[in-house]
Structure formats: structure tokens, C-alpha cells
Design a protein around this ligand. Structure first.
Ligand code: ATP
Length: 349
């Protein structure tokens, strides 16, 4: 059941349309990632949900009730930013207790602080000076402080942005486990696709103040709805093409070859211009004598652990494809022939 409903939200700053009609819902206990490039309106959206600013038009509902007249402190929402700022003059326990809006005085309150610290893997750190903690430990304390008041919605705005990559990856896994364990409804803002995919049940991809696509990480990866989404998810091989009917199916011609579109994918389309995506994970090296769609020269081979990436130059276009780490690949400068099955091809009308 959805608890938060955003209905056609608009917000402008002068001539900048920070939000131009954003609508989506968040279910109870769901983790939704807001993903998009800098300036697409992610932080503006959080500010409106938190009640720190009002939309020019549109509505925000919590369990069906409009929040328009409810001030931020009565919304019961929590916010955690990249600059989470622990209080340096308080120890760890006092920082967490601040989230409870009191200084722990009795054993019951201390017990709650202890539980929260245990939840974030910092049991026994109550009396530690926060200045002696590592960046990751500080981050965990900040999370415990945000969770302390039991927010009905927790909004996290790039909370791991300041940390190095290894620590970020580790904390991301922990963060997901912690949010799941307490059944926390959460909105997580990021411009990092891997972070959004690793954490969220559903991802909302935003572009220029609008929602481009909403779906599970798997659904977005399998079926990006637009060239923008495909590009943002790191699919590089986007080509301008022409579509024409051939028998019962469709053919796509591009500067690098002709491809058949998967059955049914273009059923509503007429002949004309399209954008064509060649998925990096869908092609094969053609065997001798086998039909192939792409012939080119290998320009780069890079090893990426579980996959190897092959860069193939075809008519001045550089295409990149991924192969399993064990497959023997041709060397740089070698001619190569690639078979591109229909499922590796997607056309955007
Ligand atoms: P980032 O990832 O860089 O934080 P974002 O997606 O969070 O970006 P927003 O901060 O929501 O983007 O900004 C959306 C647009 O609205 C930007 O063009 C920004 O310059 C503009 N904007 C946001 N707040 C204000 C403001 N208070 N006054 C004027 N313009 C603003």
C-alpha cells in the first residue's frame, strides 16, 4: 500500500523549472532511489516533501491526507544529508540521543541509544568522543541519530557522497540491511546508478524536473524507456537509425549495420527515424561462416574482473561490448565479426 503520494508537483525558481510535473508513490517499507544528473530537481523534491518549501502546484499526501498545512516538525519525516554534522562537543551516545530530542538520563533512554548503536554495528561506543571516529563510524552514528525518532519516512540526500569508494560500497550494503530490518520507508537521492541499483526496491529516474522512468533496478536495466535512461544507465551504444518493415518484422538500419528488432517491440511504429541501442551484454563473437551484423576492428580490450570489454571501431563509430571474463578475445587491431541477436537490440521511437 502506498503511504506517500506525490501528485503533479511543480516548482520554479525564477525561470528555472526545477520540477515540472512530478508524480509517483512510495509504499510502506519501500526504499525508493531518486536518480538523475546534477540539477534535475532531486534535492528540490526532498525539500518539498520535508515541508521546508511549498510546491507552486501539485499535492503531497501521506496516507491520503494532504500535507500542505503541516509544518516540517509535525510531518514525522527524517532527513540525512551528506554533511550530517555530528556535534563535536557531545560523545557518541549523546549524539544519538539528540535524535531522540533529549539527553539520556535514565536506563530506559540509555537502552534505546544502546539498541540504535547495536543496529548500526557500534555497540559499546556510547562514551567515545566523536572526533576519534573514522568517517565510516561517524556515518553510522549519524544514521543511528536519524533513525532514533522512528521517522515514518527517512530521506537520505547523497549521504555517502563524501566517503571513498570502498567504504561507500560497504556502508551501502549495511545501510540496506539496517533499513530493511527496521522496515524503514526511505527515499535515497543519488546521481550514482550503481548506488541506486544496489540499494533500492524501485528507482525513479529524473531528467530536467521530470520523471523519465520508474521501475525496479532489474526492469530499468532490461528495458530502459528512453535514450536518456539508456545513456544514464551506462549503455553507450546508441545509434541514429531508420526503421523499415520487412515481412512481418522490422529492420533497423544504422551506420554500423542492419539489425532486426525483437518481435513485438515496434508493433505501433511506422517506418522512419529511431534511436537504436545495441546492448553491451547481448552480442556474441560470430563463428566462422556464421551470419553476423557487425564487422569492425578491435580498438580496445579491457579486463574488468567478471567481464572483458571489447571496443570495436566500425565506420568511425566506437561500439563497446562485454564478454564473460573467460572467453578468449581477439587482440587490438584484429578484424572482428559480431553476431547481434534481436534481444540485444532496442529501438526508441
Ligand atoms: P544535485 O545533484 O547537483 O544536488 P539536484 O538534482 O538535487 O542536483 P536541485 O538542487 O533540486 O537539483 O536543483 C534543480 C534546479 O533548480 C537547478 O537548476 C538549480 O539551480 C535550481 N534551484 C534549486 N534551488 C534553487 C533556489 N533556491 N534558487 C534558485 N534556483 C534553485
Amino acid at each position: 500500500m502506498s503511504v506517500l503520494s506525490l501528485i503533479n508537483l511543480h516548482k520554479s525558481f525564477g525561470s528555472t523549472h526545477a520540477l515540472a510535473g512530478v508524480s509517483f508513490e512510495v509504499a510502506r517499507g519501500e526504499i525508493v532511489a531518486l536518480l538523475g544528473p546534477s540539477g534535475c530537481g532531486k534535492s528540490t523534491l526532498l525539500t518539498l516533501i520535508a515541508g521546508l518549501d511549498a510546491p507552486d502546484a501539485g499535492e503531497i499526501l501521506w496516507e491520503g491526507q494532504a500535507l500542505a498545512g503541516t509544518p516540517p516538525h509535525q510531518r514525522g519525516f527524517g532527513l540525512m544529508f551528506q554533511d550530517y554534522m555530528l556535534f563535536p562537543h557531545m560523545n557518541v551516545g549523546q549524539n544519538v540521543a539528540f535524535g531522540l530530542k533529549f539527553i539520556p538520563q535514565n536506563s530506559h533512554e540509555m537502552q534505546r541509544v544502546g539498541e540504535l548503536l547495536e543496529l548500526v554495528g557500534m555497540k559499546g561506543y556510547e562514551r567515545r568522543d566523536v572526533s576519534t571516529l573514522s568517517g565510516g563510524e561517524q556515518q553510522r552514528v549519524a544514521l543511528a541519530r536519524s533513525l532514533a525518532p522512528n521517522p515514518r519516512l527517512l530521506m537520505l540526500d547523497e549521504p555517502l557522497g563524501a566517503l571513498d569508494r570502498t567504504l561507500r560500497e560497504r556502508l551501502l550494503v549495511e545501510l540496506r540491511e539496517i533499513l530493511r530490518r527496521v522496515g524503514q520507508t526511505a527515499i535515497y537521492v543519488t546521481h550514482d546508478q550503481e548506488e541506486a541499483f544496489a540499494l533500492a526496491d524501485r528507482v525513479v529516474i529524473m531528467n530536467a524536473g521530470q520523471v523519465e522512468q520508474i521501475g525496479s533496478p532489474q526492469a530499468l536495466y532490461r528495458h530502459p524507456a528512453s535514450p536518456f535512461v539508456a545513456q544514464f544507465l551506462g549503455f553507450g551504444n546508441l545509434l541514429v537509425g531508420e526503421v523499415h518493415r520487412v515481412g512481418a518484422g522490422w529492420m533497423l538500419s544504422t551506420a554500423v549495420g542492419e539489425f532486426s528488432a525483437p518481435a513485438g517491440s515496434l508493433s505501433a511504429h511506422r517506418e522512419g527515424a529511431v534511436m537504436v541501442l545495441l546492448r553491451p551484454d547481448g552480442v556474441r563473437l560470430a563463428e566462422a561462416g556464421e551470419a553476423f551484423q557487425v564487422a569492425g576492428i578491435v580498438q580496445e580490450v579491457s579486463f574488468r574482473g567478471s567481464v572483458q570489454r571489447l571496443g570495436v571501431r566500425v565506420n568511425e563509430v566506437l561500439l563497446r561490448f562485454d564478454f564473460a571474463g573467460q572467453v578468449p578475445l581477439p587482440e587490438e587491431g584484429a578484424p572482428v565479426r559480431l553476431a547481434v541477436p534481436p534481444e540485444a537490440v532496442q529501438a526508441f521511437i
